[in-house]
Design a protein around this ligand. Structure first.
Ligand code: NAD
Length: 262
């Protein structure tokens, strides 16, 4: 299926690895020009090289910087001639016990997983509406629907973003001008972050990281972790012309792990 977005420009945040990279690769495969960001220049340039080799017909620009800061966001926006597609993403907050979290820890989580994405939407959605096309995808987490106790910073900050987006997406001045805003909620995906979690959790569980990974894998009805490439394909579809009537939604992609009917 031709997704009808070739020649558009996408800003994909935090895209040198993992889910952000999966989104960037899938959009590139549809002929979308990219601005990709990440904190570390080396991995970012390597990813840009991979994408250029796989999709030689598009332009890929890189911006190394911290997307949770005003400077990082300004640099990313400046590199993009116009943002037709915005994929909001950043690292997730650290795990822990809420008794240990300071105000600073909460502000950092909010900057990364709520206020940063809101600032980028503020900078882009009205321009999208003027041009009559826009797609915003926020990468959040399955934890928005089924909270994970020790990821309280993530549960809280991402729920704040989710509540805000539910209202924004339904503004007729956006939805009525072909601007859609949706959240993708990943379950367990095979990325560096997941592996890091197994390394950290293994000691506590008295297991090796591989044993803990096997245990977790079997808890997923699909009996496997997600592949960032399939996450990217869903992102590309949500950004397609065909998905113009899909807005304000929270789309779980978790191999059936969420146990509820709705
Ligand atoms: P990852 O560690 O594999 O990749 C993270 C990417 O984000 C890297 O490219 C890194 O350079 C970049 N990045 C991190 N912080 C940044 C910042 N401040 N500014 C710019 N770039 C930054 O992680 P992932 O697994 O792809 O996770 C992406 C998001 O999805 C995270 O917020 C994570 O919490 C969330 N998530 C992941 C999973 C999973 O199973 N992988 C599940 C639920 C939610």
């Amino acid at each position: 299926m031709d997704l009808g977005i070739a020649g558009r420009w996408a800003l994909v945040c935090a895209a040198s690895k993992g889910l952000g990279k999966g989104c960037a690769q899938a959009l590139a495969g549809e002929g979308v020009n990219l601005v990709i960001t990440a904190r570390g220049a080396e991995a970012l340039e390597a990813t840009a090289g991979e994408i250029r080799a796989a999709s030689p017909g598009i332009t890929v620009r890189t911006v190394a910087g911290d997307i949770t800061t005003a400077e990082g966001r300004a640099a990313a926006l400046a590199a993009c001639p116009q943002v037709d597609i915005l994929v909001n993403n950043a690292g997730g907050p650290p795990p822990g016990d809420f008794r240990d979290w300071t105000r600073e820890a909460w502000i950092a989580a909010l900057d990364a997983n709520m206020l940063g994405p809101i600032e980028l939407m503020k900078a882009t959605v009205d321009g999208m509406a003027e041009r009559g096309f826009g797609r915003v995808v926020n990468i959040t987490s399955a934890a928005v629907k089924a909270p994970i106790d020790f990821l309280g910073l993530s549960n809280g900050a991402r729920s704040g973003l989710t509540g805000f987006v539910a209202g924004l997406a339904r503004q007729p001045r956006l939805a009525g001008r072909n601007v859609t805003i949706n959240n993708l909620l990943p379950g367990a995906f095979d990325t560096d972050r997941l592996k890091q979690g197994f390394r950290a959790g293994a000691v506590k569980a008295g297991l090796t990281p591989a044993q803990l990974a096997d245990q977790r894998r079997l808890q997923v009805p699909a009996q496997r972790f997600g592949d960032p490439a399939e996450f990217g394909q869903l992102c590309a579809f949500v950004c397609s012309v065909q998905a113009g009537y899909l807005t304000g939604q929270n789309l779980l992609i978790d191999g059936g792990a969420y146990p509820g009917t709705y």
